[in-house]
Design a protein around this ligand. Structure first.
Ligand SMILES: [Zn+2]
Length: 235
């Protein structure tokens, strides 16, 4: 991907960061510094970095599950809209696709569970006197729950779309399973667009994005032979 830079290599996988992600970080850091002082600025930058650490761990969940089935992931790129793990093959068994798709959100479930347990055992952490723990930890918990819910929406390119396709493909052939999963995704997308039109431009954008992604997934499967030769699988 253009304008992405390698920042680390972990477990044989290049971790890349897209320039727009740094711009996002600088923007929020600066805006909160201006409105609430230096501490507030640093706090929001720390929060964004921790949030993207959760996204990175999510992608590593997919990559490690893929590795278990012998599928290589050359790199993971962090973008402002999330992370992308490029995997070098499409798992040919529905069960494998299911495990790989679920492994990402499972990481966020684990993080949310750990944070919840920590805050439950040590409620003092929520004390207003400690802005780091009282603001960052509960917000991180909420955002991990939101990541799980968003990713499990049964629509491509979200993980939930792949989970649905994998479950259907255990009974139907792959193309038919993809068609049903893509149609389901488009129904969700249409719902997003309708709701978004009235209230929320972000939802409208997500709806259009999901609608296109469903179409692409169908095309990808139809041309699977070609993809296996030179393409990649994004999850
Ligand atoms: Zn994922």
């Amino acid at each position: 991907m253009k304008w992405s830079y390698r920042i680390a290599r972990i477990a044989g996988i290049d971790v890349k960061i897209h320039i727009t992600f740094l711009l996002l970080l600088a923007y929020f850091g600066f805006a909160d510094w201006r409105d609430g002082g230096m501490f507030q600025g640093l706090l929001s930058m720390a929060f964004i970095l921790l949030l993207f650490l959760c996204v990175l761990l999510h992608e590593f969940g997919h990559a490690m599950a893929g590795r278990h089935y012998g599928i290589r992931t050359p790199d993971i790129t962090l973008l402002p809209i999330g992370g992308v793990a490029r995997m070098q093959a499409i798992p040919d068994k529905p069960w494998q696709e299911f495990v790989i798709a679920v492994a990402g959100p499972a990481v966020n479930v684990a993080i949310a569970g750990t944070l919840w347990t920590g805050l439950f055992l040590w409620p003092d952490l929520l004390d207003r006197g400690h802005p780091v723990s009282s603001e960052i930890l509960p917000n991180l918990l909420k955002i991990n729950v939101a990541l799980v819910m968003f990713n499990m929406i049964p629509a491509f390119p979200m993980d939930g779309g792949r989970v649905l396709r994998a479950l259907l493909a255990m009974k139907l052939n792959y193309l038919k399973a993809t068609k049903i999963a893509a149609r389901t995704g488009q129904v969700f997308a249409a719902g997003f667009v309708l709701v978004g039109l009235g209230w929320n431009p972000i939802l409208l954008f997500i709806g259009l994005f999901v609608f296109t992604a469903a179409r692409q997934e169908l095309d990808e499967v139809a041309f699977r032979q070609q993809i296996e030769q030179d393409g990649v699988y994004r999850i």
